[in-house]
Design a binder for this molecule. Structure first.
Ligand code: NAD
Length: 269
């Protein structure tokens, strides 16, 4: 029980949906289940309230504690409402986990083809939402004199990546995390990022299959072939890293970004 007594708010903790009943878990759902299994009370804030509720139900059915909250992270008032719902329910906000992030589904493109509105949308969703979540979470954490902010970036931030919105927003998250770490260290608040590599999720694989009109298996095989370990990771791989970083075992770790990528980030050239 590595998060016993803690509360965690996960933005984007629902599950990207798919018609395939065997579809893999998304990062948000995997981390919600993992935090809850380790004793955390978990608030799942997601634009898709049905998805968030189904993850919360799964946690409660397994004996854990969770609530679901409808929240579009494009709306500052809804971010604030989710934070307030967490402290109203359980008194503290110990872990703020920012999982929401989109690329190709939001109209991302190479720089010479990017539509200005699509770029703005991706920056608002991937970056601005994390800024606003921290804006409202930090006063609570500073008052508590404890807390962890965990921002989900991507290996795209530091690796060659074709589309400009995702690349720029995920890279900015690394700088944001460092700023959050240095400016809040005196309050015993840590900020860390995770850079997932090729993870087998509905959002990553099925969205590309749809956009490129290819079977899911083909997209999955192409992605796996790009990874030095020869396979895609799972959302559980990312959740395991998040659990360590969110727990007191990582109490002297702040301002870092942890790659969870099967060595993809080591490739040069
Ligand atoms: N899957 C990968 O290969 C991969 C690789 C690198 C980084 N990531 C990052 O991991 C994160 C999660 O990706 P995933 O593929 O596991 O997705 P996921 O299954 O965790 O789904 C993301 C969730 O965000 C929610 N969401 C979307 N827009 C929202 C909004 N406006 N307000 C509130 N909730 C919203 C969705 O409903 C969904 O439940 C993203 O930040 C992504 O960039 C994923």
């Amino acid at each position: 029980m590595r998060l016993s007594g803690k509360t965690a708010l996960i933005f984007g903790g629902g599950q990207a949906t798919s018609d395939d009943p065997k579809a893999p878990m998304g990062n948000g759902r995997a981390v919600a289940l993992t935090y809850a299994r380790e004793g955390a009370k978990v608030m799942i804030a997601d634009r898709d309230i049905a998805a968030a509720q189904s993850v919360a139900n799964e946690i409660v059915a397994a004996g854990g504690t969770a609530l679901a909250q409808a929240c579009d992270v494009l709306q500052e008032t809804e971010i604030l409402a989710a934070i307030n719902a967490t402290t109203n329910a359980w008194g503290t906000l110990d872990v703020l986990h920012n999982n929401v992030g989109l690329s190709i589904e939001a109209g991302d493109a190479p720089i010479t083809e990017i539509d200005a509105d699509a770029f703005d949308h991706i920056m608002r969703l991937n970056l601005r939402a994390m800024v606003l979540a921290a804006k409202h979470a930090l006063p609570i954490m500073r008052e508590q004199r404890s807390g962890v902010i965990l921002n989900i970036s991507s290996i795209a931030a530091t690796e060659t990546y074709p589309w400009v919105g995702y690349k720029a927003s995920k890279a900015a998250i690394l700088a944001l995390t460092e700023q959050q770490a240095i400016q809040n260290a005196e309050y015993n608040i840590r900020a860390v990022a995770i850079q997932p590599g090729m993870i087998d999720t509905v959002m990553a694989v099925d969205a590309r299959a749809k956009a490129w009109d290819q079977p899911r298996e083909q997209v999955a095989a192409t992605r796996a072939a790009k990874v030095p370990m020869g396979r895609q990771g799972t959302a559980q791989d990312v959740a395991n890293a998040a659990l360590f970083l969110a727990s007191d075992e990582a109490s002297f770790i702040s301002g870092i970004s942890l790659r969870v990528d099967g060595a993809s980030g080591c490739r040069v050239g």
